[in-house]
Design a protein around this ligand. Structure first.
Ligand SMILES: [Ca+2]
Length: 111
């Protein structure tokens, strides 16, 4: 199963392959995470400062005021489910998944 998934993901990341919209979204999500996680410390996880910058640049004020330290601390604590004082990709994707579901529900209600 893992070997199959590795092949699938390798093909997704191959630039010559034409990707579906969902594959494109997955690639962009990975690239966005890597852009911020690589700034300091462990390049595969987000520190609180990296998360703050990602939230400011990628989510605007969707999650509240960017400079609200209490809000940032709460988001960081909520995302850091394994309590290792960093946010890994799995933890980050849970935020994106939750926000995507909320947006979807919002758009359904608007119809
Ligand atoms: Ca963590």
């Amino acid at each position: 199963m893992c070997h199959y998934l590795t092949n699938v993901f390798s093909s997704i990341l191959e630039p010559a392959i034409i990707m579906s919209d969902v594959q494109n979204a997955m690639t962009l999500l990975i690239k966005a995470f890597d852009k911020y996680s690589g700034k300091e410390g462990d390049k595969y996880t987000l520190s609180k400062a990296e998360l703050k910058e990602l939230l400011q640049n990628e989510f605007g004020e969707v999650l509240g005021k960017a400079n609200d330290k209490v809000a940032l601390d709460r988001i960081f604590k909520d995302l850091d489910t394994n309590k290792d004082n960093s946010v890994d990709f799995r933890e980050f994707v849970s935020l994106v998944s939750c926000l995507t579901q909320m947006c979807h529900e919002y758009f359904i209600r608007q119809k």
